[in-house]
Design a binder for this molecule. Structure first.
Ligand code: BTN
Length: 259
């Protein structure tokens, strides 16, 4: 079980995680926080669950969240004032998770733009960002984070099997989820403050962490698709794709990498 006192003891934040609710089981930590934002919003509130029965991923996909097997957590953050589709927040959160895992387990993951953490082509973690207008008419972003920490005792659905991985499988170590949570929150507060005041350079933050630069990829969203090579990032985290001698700056969508 995740221990709230252990999380709090390790925290050195000013506003993020000053209030934490830990659930044994919940439908979805993000759905819970969306409900709270609508009734009694609280910037910095963090919700963690040992199990989610209706965990959600991007594009309405189901997020596999079995008991005791991951960090299933959502945070309520104030408006970062980014343009609607900017990938900056998702990349900033991904970078904080990357740094936390690197410092605790010395593992080199990669960030797959715009929101996945990958180890050897398998997904370890993902981020889901949603925004809600609170009861006070302010905008709140609900940031959902899912990290697979130990899937060794669970039956993994066949369609996910080869595509996901957990920290325990990579490190062979016991993963203390409470410590990992505090490490992420400690990293994240400063990054969110810098993003809000405009001082964060996402391109610099991603340096050495991304897995797309130089790769041939297919980019797609609901309407379009492009095939080309990734040449880098803009300072705000937009992905630069070269396709038939034209440069495209992409702010949202998904990527398939050609192996
Ligand atoms: C993705 O990669 O598709 C995003 C996955 C986000 C999953 C997390 S787990 C905690 C929070 N609650 C949810 O229902 N989803 C997010």
């Amino acid at each position: 079980m995740i221990d709230e006192r252990t999380i709090v003891k390790q925290l050195n934040t000013r506003w993020l995680g000053k209030s934490i609710r830990v659930f044994d089981t919940i439908d979805s930590t993000s759905d819970y926080l969306i409900g709270i934002a609508r009734t009694s919003p609280e910037r910095g509130l963090v919700v963690v669950a040992d199990e989610q029965t209706r965990g959600r991923g991007r594009f309405g996909r189901r997020w596999f969240s079995p008991r005791g097997s991951g960090v299933w957590m959502s945070l309520m953050i104030g408006d970062i004032r980014l343009s609607g589709d900017s990938p900056a927040l998702s990349l900033a959160v991904a970078s904080c998770i990357y740094d936390a895992i690197k410092s605790l387990y010395n593992i080199d993951l990669t960030i797959k733009w715009p929101n996945d953490l990958i180890y050897e082509n398998r997904k370890l973690a993902g981020i889901l960002l949603e925004s809600v207008i609170g009861r006070d008419l302010e905008k709140y972003v609900i940031c959902g984070i899912g990290i697979n920490t130990d899937l060794s005792d669970v039956d993994i659905p066949i369609e996910l099997g080869a595509n996901i991985i957990s920290l325990a499988e990579i490190t062979d170590a016991f993963v203390e989820r409470d410590i990992l949570i505090s490490e992420i929150l400690n990293n994240l507060e400063f990054i969110l403050d810098s993003l809000r005041d405009g001082s964060l350079n996402i391109r610099a933050l991603l340096f050495g962490k991304d897995c797309l630069v130089g790769r041939r990829v297919r980019w797609y969203d609901n309407h379009y698709e492009l095939t080309g090579t990734i040449s880098g990032f803009r300072e705000d985290g937009a992905l630069i794709l070269n396709c038939e001698e034209k440069e495209h700056c992409l702010v949202s969508g998904s990527i398939d990498i050609f192996i």
